[in-house]
Design a protein around this ligand. Structure first.
Ligand SMILES: C[S@@+](CC[C@H](N)C(=O)[O-])C[C@H]1O[C@@H](n2cnc3c(N)ncnc32)[C@H](O)[C@@H]1O
Length: 199
């Protein structure tokens, strides 16, 4: 596990400073994905693998000043970039592995996770930990601003059903981790899976 964490930190540390400038046009897609989560004012929501905090302002707007917004990430440099951008004003930042969250059982209404799932060395335990901290009936959104086929083409690969984000793999993985997949969208400009926390 330690090696996995070091690998993630090494990968993202060198990308943290210019992360936002690499993807300058993603803002509206993040806002739309957050709106799909149908948060209510006063809700408590976690941005899991928040990185530089690109979703935090939209999450704060959704839950209002009376709500709770947390951002959790394993890579200090990503969180430092979030702070430099002032995004810690929208949410409290936690330096932690999403597979070991310092949060009470069922203390959240929802989890938003953008670009996280493909970087998890052990997705099952992480999804189970996210389920632990969300109340029954609460929501999970797994989002990416680029769909699987478009992302694979960008990297010169083909998509296959082995990909963790492929519906035949992700549905059963979510089901085994305390989530029921309610929506699966994989388009060029949007990958968005919504799941509900079930008993
Ligand atoms: C592709 S980036 C996405 C960042 C941000 N959500 C965004 O959309 O811009 C993935 C992020 O997940 C974080 N990450 C990967 N594995 C993690 C883990 N096990 N626990 C917490 N954060 C993790 C990385 O440090 C990185 O910041």
């Amino acid at each position: 596990m330690t090696d996995d964490r070091t690998h993630v930190q090494d990968f993202f540390s060198v990308r943290a400073a210019d992360w936002d400038s690499r993807f300058p046009d993603d803002g509206p897609a993040y806002t739309a994905a957050v709106e799909d989560l149908r948060l209510r004012r006063g809700d408590a929501v976690l941005d899991a693998g928040c990185g530089t905090g690109r979703a935090l302002d939209a999450l704060r707007a959704a839950v209002g000043p009376e709500g709770t917004v947390l951002g959790a990430d394993l890579t200090p440099a990503m969180l430092e970039t979030a702070v430099r951008a002032g995004r810690d004003r929208s949410g409290a930042l936690l330096l932690t592995d999403v597979a070991r969250l310092p949060l009470r059982d069922r203390s959240l209404d929802a989890v938003f996770a953008a670009g996280l799932i493909s970087h998890l060395a052990h997705p099952g335990p992480a999804l189970r930990e996210l389920a632990r901290v969300v109340r029954l009936g609460g929501q999970l959104a797994l989002f990416h601003p680029v769909g699987r086929a478009a992302l694979a083409a960008r990297h010169g690969r083909a998509i296959t059903d082995d990909d963790l984000r492929a519906e035949p793999r992700l549905g059963p993985l979510l089901a085994a981790s305390g989530w029921r997949m309610d929506a699966y969208v994989d388009e060029d400009h949007r990958f968005l899976v919504r799941a509900e926390r079930v008993g």
